[in-house]
Write a protein that binds this ligand. Sequence first.
Ligand code: UD1
Length: 326
Amino acid sequence: MLLEAGHELLVFDDFSNSSPIALDRVRELAGPAAAPRLQQMQGDIRNPKDLEQAFTKAPSGIDAVIHFAGLKAVGESVQHPMHYWDVNVNGSRCLLEAMQTHGCHTLVFSSSASLYGYPEAVPIPETAPIAPINPYGHTKAAVEQMLSDLHASSPDSWRIDCLRYFNPVGAHPSGRIGENPLGIPNNLYPFVSQVAVGRKSQLQVFGGDWPTSDGTGVRDYIHVMDLADGHLAALDCLLAEEPQLLTLNLGSGQGQSVLEMVQAMEAASGCSIPYAITDRRPGDAAISVADPSKAAQRLGWRTQRGLKEICRDGWAWQQQNPDGYT
Ligand code: UD1
């Protein structure tokens, strides 16, 4: 979408949980005229030398950074908290220092609804208390605090968006780019897809006695294409308006249960998805749904795609790439 909007891009990635093949496919989708505007380099945001190389690679400098470089598995963060603080918090600090050194003061940061922990009420507005319940969420909260402190130190220069994602799912509608988690998926959507395609035999549904319509957990699933639209709108807003720190929920405002997700994927794939109800997963909330009205008001953005499109596009990806990019 950034290429379609005419931007010049440098993708900086350590490829620890991604594949350069995904970028080849982005070039293919963008077409031969736009593809040369996408450069890539392998590096680690914790390494100032790698960052220095990135900032000097672009001939006309870097105007803005969209910062997705982080670890995101809740269970792993409980087992390896220091690694999460190092990559997510220290990595962000190194990136911000490099941005300062190079006079780049525009940043879109991938934050998370995990900041809200067990929400007091749904839908959740941005003003809800910050109360994460796992190390992953703590690191996201720490980076938001770092960004707030940095902005306060120089409010006339920094333009910062903190985008609090709810549950991003789905794939590009071409089926050429999508999610390929390493090992056993932790999250519902990739697991459901892998059961549909036959890579896993059965889904475990974590709890059937939640206080929800069908007893299973409810989340606000957002199509990755809507999420991408939201980033573009956020970047446009930052570049057009006065310097500011803007914190926004990116979600649909609609809640879907685990069983509704299973049914939607069965309908999209034509495959049956066997499941068993098991114990609740520690640390889960019953319901997490965004109040997306601030993003609608500030960006004119709202989600355009629902569970049907999420499963249609995710299934196209899963079916065409049953083993991911390998
Ligand atoms: C978690 C994080 C969120 C992060 C997201 C993606 C928290 C509180 N949430 O979201 O910040 O963005 O991962 O990394 O930190 N479920 C099953 N069976 C499964 C897997 C999940 O029943 O095999 C259920 C869960 O109990 C939950 C729902 O599906 O009700 C969604 O779970 P999941 O996809 O893991 O996302 P979250 O825990 O909401």
